[in-house]
Design a protein around this ligand. Structure first.
Ligand SMILES: NC(=O)c1ccc[n+]([C@@H]2O[C@H](COP(=O)([O-])OP(=O)(O)OC[C@H]3O[C@@H](n4cnc5c(N)ncnc54)[C@H](O)[C@@H]3O)[C@@H](O)[C@H]2O)c1
Ligand SMILES: [Zn+2]
Length: 457
């Protein structure tokens, strides 16, 4: 009572693109005000009606965000429900009492009785909840199976679902955080493997070696500890090993935390290009510990900030101004929501390509050497914002993009070959205003060419 489930639920439903069902409201619509129901029929009768509405809401065929009254935990057998993720919105006793009393709820007439109920229900919430949330972003994260918590690495043993674990780490990261991960996994740790840092991990040769070394059976879980290269490669290994086993990325770079480890895409590279072989393989859970970023080198951090700025512009929220832990949590929740809406990248997930058509052209023109993805994305954002008639101040101040020295013709050629070219037209993601992107916008060739040229020194 008084935890804010309607506000939080509505927001989460909006982000996830799902209907919002408020069970109390649905009851009131059919039976009149709940306080009257309580007064005329008593609590037991109310709980029966409530249970019926809860069962109906949970049986809906399409996914929804459902707000339940705090008393549902007192009806045995209603929760947990195996089709639902149960999220608990905790509220401290004094706040709950203050809010409930003001709203004249039937169970908020007598303070001592209110406190007694609060104490009675507290352990029941802990029993049924899959996750705890403070706001709508936390609800989205729970729905996507992403756990964001400073210090999560130390609780890895509890946080990774399933049984035996094969720990696959980037060899740099293994030297820094590997021992903590191993200790936290405890007796569940069955084997450890290392991948070379960087794109070398994303080769068929590296993944083949990993497949041959793995001893896990189908009930096992691969835990991938490292940057985006490690999570992409180990995730792909998990997708195909024994026709697919569970995996849990534990991303350690900013790129991996806010981007690569979120959304279930895994891949390796071919000589012909990056990410050409892969699979959609949603993790059993993703464990994000922002404290791990403290050992990340500054250039790697800047790489990640390009994606944070992109996500913030798309969301219409200034993620880049937040302290690390919040920046990560909010940016992850934004991407996770879009990926839950479009898990196989067939529609709205395309918004995440903001700035990326230009970025890929610059990277390709540089032969994938010398121009990092983050730098290319920063420049690509500039071009996309200019074509949108949007000011570029944030990109300039936060990312300080510098034009790159690449061959102009090569970049233009790559741009035209990009996979978003359809019927001879270049289609881009543009941003009408903060929080309002549009995908598949046709832009006249000469305008695209002009903006591409401005990115090249
Ligand atoms: N699957 C997806 O949806 C997706 C999305 C974005 C990017 N990616 C992929 O991610 C890759 C890039 O990821 P990346 O930038 O993390 O590169 P990376 O994995 O190579 O890591 C960058 C460097 O940082 C080091 N490092 C990582 N965490 C560290 C830590 N906590 N402390 C110290 N050093 C640390 C690594 O050893 C490495 O040298 C690319 O291959 C890209 O294609 C995938
Ligand atoms: Zn990117």
């Amino acid at each position: 009572m008084g935890a804010g489930k309607t506000t939080v639920g509505e927001w989460a439903a909006h982000r996830l693109g799902r209907p919002f069902v408020d069970v109390d409201e649905a009851i009131a619509r059919e039976h009149g005000p709940i306080s009257d129901l309580f007064a005329t029929q008593g609590e037991a009768a109310f709980r029966e009606i409530e249970a019926r509405f809860v069962r109906e809401a949970l049986a809906r065929p399409e996914p929804a965000v459902i707000a339940l009254g705090g008393g549902v935990v007192e009806t045995p057998g209603l929760l947990p429900d195996d089709r639902a993720i149960v999220v608990h919105l905790p509220v401290d006793l004094d706040t709950a009492w203050f809010r409930a009393r003001r709203s004249h709820r039937p169970l908020a007439r007598d303070e001592a009785e209110f406190r007694r109920r609060y104490e009675l229900r507290a352990p029941l919430y802990a029993q049924v909840a899959d996750a705890t949330a403070r706001d709508g972003d936390d609800v989205v994260l729970a729905a996507a199976g992403v756990h964001v918590e400073r210090g999560a690495l130390e609780r890895l043993g509890e946080l990774v679902p399933g049984g035996s674990v094969a720990l696959v780490s980037d060899s740099n990261v293994a030297g820094i955080h590997g021992m903590d991960a191993q200790l936290a996994l405890g007796t569940r740790l069955a084997e450890t493997h290392e991948l070379a840092p960087g794109e070398e991990a994303k080769t068929l040769a590296a993944v083949d070696r990993l497949w041959q070394d793995l001893r896990l059976d189908r009930s096992g879980t691969i835990v991938a500890l490292g940057g985006g290269c490690t999570t992409d490669a180990a995730g792909f290994a998990a997708a195909a090993y024994l026709r697919g086993i569970a995996w849990t990325p534990v991303p350690t770079s900013l790129v991996a935390q806010v981007d690569a480890a979120i959304g279930g895409k895994t891949a390796i590279d071919l000589p012909q290009g990056k990410n050409l072989v892969g699979a959609f393989h949603w993790p059993a859970r993703t464990v994000v510990d922002p404290a791990l970023l403290e050992t990340l080198a500054e250039p790697q951090r800047i790489e990640g900030m390009a994606e944070v700025v992109k996500a913030g512009l798309l969301a219409g929220e200034h993620f880049w101004e937040l302290p690390d832990d919040e920046l990560v949590r909010r940016a992850v929740a934004y991407k996770a929501a879009i990926c839950v809406r479009d898990p196989y990248d067939r529609g709205e997930r395309a918004v995440l390509n903001l700035g990326h058509t230009f970025a890929h052209a610059l990277e390709a023109a540089a032969g994938y050497e010398g121009v990092t993805h983050g730098r290319a994305v920063a420049l690509g954002l500039l071009a996309a914002l200019r074509l949108s008639g949007h000011d570029t101040q944030v990109v300039e101040e936060v990312l300080k993009p510098e034009p790159v020295r690449v061959d102009r013709e090569r970049a233009w050629h790559a741009m035209q070959r990009d996979k978003k070219v359809q019927d001879g037209e270049i289609r881009l993601v543009l941003l009408h205003r903060d929080g309002l992107p549009e995908t598949g916008v046709q832009v006249p060739e000469e305008d695209v060419r002009r903006e591409l040229d401005r990115l090249i020194a």
